[in-house]
Design a protein around this ligand. Structure first.
Ligand SMILES: O=P(O)(O)OC[C@H]1O[C@](O)(COP(=O)(O)O)[C@@H](O)[C@@H]1O
Ligand SMILES: [Mg+2]
Ligand SMILES: [Mg+2]
Length: 343
């Protein structure tokens, strides 16, 4: 791998008015992630991870020890970066760091918390935005204002997936040298993959378009799509996103009828927006079922949003199920009318 660029060398090649501050911020996040990667790889040898911390986060989720540790770690490391404020899933309100600095960071310090004790991949997701005079308002800018975004997946390899608006690249942590090195430059999300990701245990709570989409996939060659599909669900957004960036397919976490899932499960500002930027920069698409994620103006820091992303053709297909009422009605007799969904 020695011929591959290190993250530091890659960041040094970036140019543009905000490049210096954005790259310094990415560097601080990467250093924190290296520390967290070490902690995660040691598991309980380095102390309790998945035990309940006792608190609840902004969304009412019970916090685990590692959620809180990760939050504190990123906060500490970002104090030295040109960051005016940080908004975290684990904190109700943004925390001010250097009020006059040019950037703000929204972060999910530990994504996939339900997997902490199961030795399944977990991660960190972040979004970098310009700081506005009204600091809290900085976090309510649409995702299309992001200056950069990324996530780190702590899996068999620790990998940083990053976009600074010129494509999406992957850096793997080389533990022999303790640096991230470029492994995939300018990813292109593969099209044509017959794979979808959804938590199917929520089937009975879904709305009709989502059920119709999944029903048609499940029917495989016997149904209107005329082909078989494969399903994957890791329940860790970073791991599911990594797979889709590498292999294609589509991910859905839709809204459903459960009282606290009326807007889905995932958070717009620090989960959907960064993932949408990374996926679009790799040639894919991301929507809330109908609207482009990156064009949605957040109303609240911790608001949830239904999230559909992956290969552009598949995200468009899911949109058609939402827009065409015929697709929302289920049953064999309608197959002939679902011609536009074939393939
Ligand atoms: O347990 P469910 O309902 O399948 O939800 C899984 C989703 O929840 C998440 O764990 C939410 O993120 P947090 O762990 O940061 O709360 C995603 O990583 C994942 O896609
Ligand atoms: Mg998360
Ligand atoms: Mg989290």
């Amino acid at each position: 791998m020695s011929e591959h660029l290190t993250l530091g060398e890659y960041l040094a090649t970036q140019s543009g008015p905000q490049a210096r501050v954005v790259t310094a911020t990415v560097q601080a996040i990467a250093e924190a992630a290296q520390e967290l990667a070490e902690r995660v790889s040691l598991g309980v040898l380095a102390g309790a991870m998945g035990d309940m911390h006792g608190g609840r986060n902004s969304d009412g989720d019970a916090q685990k020890q590692l959620d809180v540790e990760a939050h504190e770690l990123f906060l500490r490391r970002l104090r030295g970066a040109p960051v005016a404020a940080i908004a975290s899933e684990e904190s109700d309100h943004p925390e001010v760091l250097q009020p006059d600095a040019p950037l703000v960071v929204a972060i999910d310090p530990l994504d996939g918390s339900s997997n902490i004790d199961t030795n399944v991949s977990i991660g960190t997701i972040f979004s970098i935005l310009p700081a506005l005079e009204d600091l809290p308002q900085s976090f309510l800018q649409a995702g299309n204002q992001q200056l950069g975004a990324g996530f780190v997946v702590y899996g068999p390899q620790t990998a940083l997936v990053l976009s600074l608006l010129q494509g999406t690249s992957v850096f793997v942590l080389d533990r022999r040298r303790n640096v991230f090195v470029l492994s995939h430059a300018k990813l292109e999300l593969p099209a044509g993959t017959r794979e979808y990701a959804i938590n199917a245990s929520n089937y009975r709570h879904w709305n009709a378009p989502v059920r119709a989409f999944v029903d048609d996939c499940l029917q495989g060659t016997d149904g209107p799509r005329g082909r078989d599909f494969n399903m994957r669900w890791i329940a860790s957004l970073v791991a599911d996103t990594y797979r889709i960036l590498m292999r294609g397919g589509v991910f859905l976490y839709p809204a459903d009828r459960r009282p606290s899932y009326r807007h889905g499960r995932l958070r717009l500002v620090y989960e959907a927006n960064p993932v949408a930027l990374l996926v679009e920069q790799a040639g894919g698409a991301a929507s809330d079922g109908v609207r482009r994620i990156l064009d949605i103006e957040p109303e609240q820091l911790h608001q949830r949003i239904p999230l559909v992303f992956g290969s552009a053709d598949k995200v468009e297909r899911v949109r058609r199920y939402h827009l065409d009422p015929i697709q929302s009605t289920q049953g064999w007799p309608l197959f002939a009318r679902r011609g536009l969904l074939r393939g």
